[in-house]
Design a protein around this ligand. Sequence first.
Ligand SMILES: O=C(O)c1ccccc1NCC(=O)[C@H](O)[C@H](O)COP(=O)(O)O
Length: 220
Amino acid sequence: MTDNLIKICGLSTEETVQAALDAGADMIGLVFFPKSPRHVGLSEACKLADMARGKADIVALTVNMDLDGLSRINELVAPDWFQFHGSETPEACAAAKVMYKKKIMKAVAISEAADLEQAVFYSIVCDRILFDAKPPEDSDVPGGNGVSFDWTLLKGLDLAKPFMLSGGLNASNVAEAIALSGTTAIDASSGIEREKGVKDSELIRAFVATARSAQVVSGE
Ligand SMILES: O=C(O)c1ccccc1NCC(=O)[C@H](O)[C@H](O)COP(=O)(O)O
């Protein structure tokens, strides 16, 4: 039985970071994107990262950020991962990996099977692919929109690197998402919030617990 990998994204308070750690999340995501309701400033991010260091992997999420910004996050927050959620090219991902010596996760937006093709190139240079739903047309942000895509598109997908499923996951649908996609690496943000951008410790606990037990069922 392989262990499941659970990322809790868009944490912005000490209480909810602690809830994610206590629940046993493997990765915590900090969003550095001012348009996002989950955006954290550098000093707050340092505090949250220090709480998680050594207990869960720290993922710094950016969207088309310039090198100055990435370097500041790298030096001050010292994340384990950078998650690129914009239109960063495979070359830019590869350069960041060499420059910062951190693991790189690239988000790939999916609405139909043809969208999977670009993941092939990213999987050569990145450490993990994060499949997310394409954002609604009226959205200001490329992720964290609480929308799902057809999970069966991922079934049997063979990439050079592992992938993670995200988009509209919550405690009620994560077991089905794992079963239909065939992945046990999952990420959630909106589905563990009581209102947009406000994480809920109880919802975090329920999500992690359900995702863990879903992994046992899917591994049988
Ligand atoms: O969460 C955000 O606000 C965000 C803003 C800009 C780019 C990416 C963002 N989130 C990326 C994530 O990793 C989310 O967890 C992923 O998109 C799933 O979100 P949700 O559908 O809300 O669970």
